[in-house]
Design a protein around this ligand. Structure first.
Ligand code: ATP
Ligand code: MG
Length: 656
């Protein structure tokens, strides 16, 4: 990641000014940067005031023993109270908290804040009844149904850290997480709907429970929501129906105030780079970070906006921007159970039209899959309610950004490209919709209160126009506190690379352009070295996606006798491009050559029907590297769909 990194991204010169109407009324204006820079801790304290505290803190930040931070020291609060009760107490109990949309058409529920409060209180009482106490871990393995939100808030209410495991994960993946955090109770359902058909969940819990038992860990109770009505095996000593335990429980529950540093949840990372890490978030700082960023970066107007984040609840985005951020802010939001293409491809746009969604937050992978299908589908819907669009999960290719803004946002909507991680808890680098002139492909600048830099090997900031390592130079309230049960790994993973400066190193590479704006280039582990030139996967992928026939691309470096590493690309074509024609590979190689330079020309380009992705839509390049280097494919347990690798491998074996 040095100056010799070749660049096509920085040639991007499209700019999108904030619309005057948004700029004038923006929650965060330009002065926030100055105020935060003048006194960072005072700025964060001001943000913490957004919450209701039972006992106020006596110290904003304790950084006496880095990298172990304590924020809002001595403060006490209840996260669930902040997300639910206080809105009811303020007279907004009838406001819709969740417009829940089930996958089967017409299976919908609107849940007000008052109803949510009752349901969360009942669930909290039921969990207590099942023996869950403060500090006990509860695993949540559910589809995208309201009970998932209720379960999380019920855990928070009684101080039992939750760990949400993506419903698409296998029994093995679930078992390893249950063991790692020693979960006492699992909340699951009989099944969920996936592309029009019920698919079972409970059997995976049974299998995972048996597996953990053989390793000496006992899951005491399994609370089962009835969603699909399918048959389930039942163990009377362990299994309890949600409707038996929760529906009859009292709706009165007094939330206890917990220490600001009380553990709120453990979330395992995607595992794109290795074994998933159990990231620990605590209460006061985390909730402050989510609430502030959700309000500021999305410019949330509580009484008029309808917000929708399409992320799964089993991903950190589902935690910060579907549960804790929006609910702490008293927002009205959409929650959708299913896939974007069920029962038909316009389902998301239909939902935006039906509910008048004004703020929409999704991932580049989804945008690229819509680009693949063509604009005729979204063009059929009225999406004029949208005013702000967000992107998260990967660098967004400039072409995808412009398509998103143009086709979905009708050219009215700022796009906030938000860079953050499970570890950071909340958005760190992003444009502000009322302030920033957006550049497609750039996450722009750290938000007010956050200090980020791009540094070289020695930890010195690189000059504008150069690339390096993306670091956070100051602690922030929603930062991870440790890796669950492994302080050593916490230090090693994030704080050892630049220990001299005390910087948090995120694992990503980035570039600063001539204006000092940040372009995230993906993980430093993915950077290729071709004949001594360092090439970023993101840049070559963006070059490929800028070709009119290409919808998605994944690039990896494979060992090469002559050049050290060679560029291997996997591409998905747009539907309208058919099979791309005979010369497609030649055409694409030529295109990359022209866009970046001869050194970046892929040695090999494979047209594939799908790419291996995590639940959050990230491409798992390490698996593609295995394919490109003709190795056996590694651990696929965190793939959203593990059959994808067979599809790719078989296509390649048959020479397609
Ligand atoms: P693991 O650490 O186990 O590999 P993961 O890093 O994929 O898992 P997440 O915490 O969900 O799990 O992902 C964070 C990463 O996603 C960031 O480090 C970055 O690489 C990428 N990312 C997220 N948002 C953006 C963005 N707006 N632009 C560029 N990259 C992004
Ligand atoms: Mg990571």
């Amino acid at each position: 990641m040095s100056e010799e990194t070749l660049s096509n991204l920085l040639k991007e010169d499209r700019r999108f000014e904030p619309p005057p109407a948004i700029a004038e009324n923006a929650n965060l204006k330009a002065d926030a940067y100055e105020r935060a820079a003048a006194d960072r801790e005072a700025f964060w304290a001001e943000q913490a005031e957004r919450l209701d505290w039972d006992t106020k803190w006596d110290r904003v930040l304790d950084w006496d023993d880095p990298p172990f931070a304590k924020w809002f020291v001595g403060g006490k609060l209840n996260a669930s109270y902040n997300c639910v009760d206080r809105h009811v107490e303020a007279g907004r109990g009838d406001k819709v908290a969740l417009h829940w949309v089930g996958e089967p058409v017409d299976d919908t529920r609107d849940i007000t804040y008052a109803q949510l409060k009752d349901e969360v209180s009942r669930a909290a009482n039921a969990l207590t009844e099942l023996g869950v106490g403060t500090g006990d871990r509860v695993a949540i393995y559910l589809p995208m149904i309201p009970e998932a939100v209720v379960a999380m808030l019920a855990c928070a209410r009684i101080g039992a850290p939750h760990t949400v495991v993506f419903g698409g994960f296998s029994a093995d993946a679930l078992a390893s997480r249950l063991e790692d955090c020693q979960a006492k109770v699992v909340i699951t359902s009989d099944g969920g709907y996936r592309r029009g058909a019920p698919s079972a969940l409970k059997p995976a819990v049974d299998e995972a429970r048996a597996k953990t038992a053989s390793n000496g860990h006992t899951v005491e109770k399994v609370l089962v929501v009835r969603r699909t009505g399918q048959d389930v095996d039942w163990d009377d000593d362990v299994d309890v129906w949600w409707h038996d335990a929760v529906d009859g429980a009292s709706a009165d529950h007094t939330p206890e105030a917990f220490d600001s540093e009380h553990p709120l949840y453990v979330m395992y990372t995607s595992g794109t780079t290795g074994k998933p890490k159990g990231i620990l978030h605590t209460t006061g700082g985390y909730l402050t970070g989510c609430s502030y960023t959700h309000w500021g970066v999305f410019d949330l107007k509580r009484d008029t906006d309808v917000y929708w984040c399409s992320a799964d609840i089993g991903w950190v985005t589902g935690h910060s921007y579907m549960v804790y951020g929006p609910l702490a802010n008293g927002a009205t939001q959409v929650m959708y159970e299913g896939t974007p293409d069920s029962p038909e491809r316009g389902r998301w746009w239909q939902i935006i039209q039906d509910y008048g969604v004004t703020i929409f937050y999704t991932a580049p992978t989804a945008i690229r899959s819509f680009m693949k299908q063509g604009r005729e589908i979204p063009d059929k819907y009225d999406m004029s309610s949208l005013r702000i669009l967000g992107s998260v999960g990967e660098p967004i290719n400039p072409e995808a950004y412009v398509w998103y803004r143009h086709v979905i946002g009708g050219d009215r909507t700022p796009v906030v490209d938000t860079w953050w991680q499970t570890e950071t808890g909340a958005i760190m680098i992003s444009p502000l919709p009322g302030v920033t002139a957006g550049k497609p492909g750039s996450a722009m600048t750290p938000i007010p209160g956050v200090s980020a830099e791009v540094v070289d090997e020695e930890g010195t900031p690189v000059p504008n126009g150069s690339g390096g390592y993306l670091v956070l130079t100051e602690p922030w309230p929603s930062m991870l506190r440790t890796i669950w049960g492994d302080d050593e790994r916490f230090r090693d993973t994030y704080w050892s690379r630049f220990s001299k400066q005390g910087y948090y190193f995120a694992g990503d590479g980035a570039k600063k352009d001539e204006d000092g704006d940040i372009w995230v280039l993906g993980r430093v582990d993915d950077v290729m070295n071709v004949s001594g030139h360092r090439l970023s996967t993101t840049e070559i992928e963006s070059a490929l996606v800028s070709h009119p026939k290409v919808a998605e691309a994944a690039v990896v470096g494979a060992k090469d006798e002559d050049t050290g590493q060679a560029v291997c690309a996997f591409v998905i074509l747009r539907d309208e491009a058919g099979d791309g024609g005979e010369d497609i590979v030649k055409e694409l190689r030529q295109h990359v050559r022209k866009e970046i330079g001869p050194i970046a020309t892929p040695r090999q380009i494979m047209v594939v029907p799908e790419l291996p992705k995590t639940r959050s839509g990230k491409i798992m390049r390490r698996l593609l590297r295995d394919v490109a280097e003709h190795r056996e494919v590694g651990d696929v347990t965190t793939l959203a769909d593990s059959s994808v690798m067979d599809l790719i491998s078989s296509g390649i074996d048959s020479g397609k």
